[in-house]
Design a protein around this ligand. Structure first.
Ligand code: C5P
Length: 287
């Protein structure tokens, strides 16, 4: 019988992010290619009478003041508990390795990891549709994080379209260690401008999603406006050897550079870390 489980909550990267519309409730319609990085938070769960959450790790302090009940991991556990026999509990330990409010879905990946782990721990049998609703209710990025593989997301994140990428790629992630509030960045995007068209579903290569082909991150200008260092970091990534794409992920501030080769990515990460000693900088792969 499974009594404890450890799951990875891999960082979510929006390789492109287009806003294609705005709903009456203020939420934006998205068209985005999402992949996962090799790095992420870690979630450990074990059987217990009640739900409890302990947050440790490099970035735990950023969450220390927030009410536990507001953490997406907690919310996911409460949402799933309804399906468990006798309202089971779980002792949850979140090892927070990713910077918070950084555009790489830390909270969403953690919530998806909690869903994955608790489904096994509590032996839950939840209909797929209800599970998707729970995931979306926790946040726009949770459904794709639950899927966990490269996908296009549409709608407000509820449509997850699997994508098979041809090539292996390596990635450098750089974040200035300054949080950006997602809602604020979305709100400062002026939708009266021209809406991005929905692009192809048959993407197979990362070489296809360059700026020249009409791909980008629509939230970049708003994020740069709030945090001009993002522009500098993108420029720095672009000057690293053999970087074939550099862009911001999500609502920022994390930027990524893509490379075909592991060693080149590692060298680029070293350069970026020297340029920005206070930044969080990781060389990883596209999972
Ligand atoms: O879904 P999530 O909780 O991550 O969203 C945070 C905020 O970002 C929302 O409250 C909303 O203001 C904005 N948002 C949006 N359109 C989306 C996703 C988020 O406007 N598709």
């Amino acid at each position: 019988m499974v009594k404890n489980i450890t799951v990875q909550a891999q960082a979510k990267i929006n390789l492109f992010l287009h806003l294609t519309g705005k709903r009456k409730d203020g939420y934006h319609l998205l068209d985005s290619l999402v992949v996962f990085a090799g790095c992420g938070d870690v979630l450990e769960v074990e059987e217990a009478d009640n739900i409890s959450l302990e947050i440790v790790g490099k970035y735990s302090a950023a969450l220390a003041d927030a009410h536990q009940e507001k953490n997406l991991v907690w919310k996911a556990a409460v949402a799933l508990r309804k399906y468990s026999v006798n309202n089971q509990g779980a002792r949850i330990r979140l090892i927070k390795n990713l910077p918070v409010a950084s555009g790489i879905g830390g909270g969403s990946a953690d919530a998806a990891a909690a869903i994955r782990a608790l489904r096994v721990l509590w032996k839950l049998d939840i209909p797929e549709r209800e599970l998707s609703e729970i995931a979306l209710g926790l946040g726009s990025d949770v459904p794709v994080c639950l899927y966990g593989k490269p996908a296009l997301i549409r709608g407000v994140g509820e449509e997850v379209i699997p994508v098979t990428l041809r090539e292996k790629a390596y990635m450098v992630l750089v974040n200035p260690n300054i949080p950006l509030a997602t809602a604020e960045i979305f709100q400062s995007f002026n939708f009266s401008g021209k809406a991005h068209r929905t692009l192809a579903e048959d993407i197979v290569s990362l070489e296809e999603i360059t700026d020249g082909r009409g791909y980008g991150n629509d939230l970049e200008p708003a994020a740069i406006n709030k945090l001009p260092v993002i522009r500098e970091m993108l420029a720095a990534l672009r000057t690293t050897e053999a970087c074939f794409l550099a862009r911001m992920s999500g609502s920022g501030a994390t930027c990524f550079g893509l490379y075909h080769d592991k060693e080149t990515a590692r060298n680029a990460a070293r350069e970026l870390q020297i340029l920005y000693p206070l930044a969080w900088c990781e060389a990883t792969h596209v999972s």
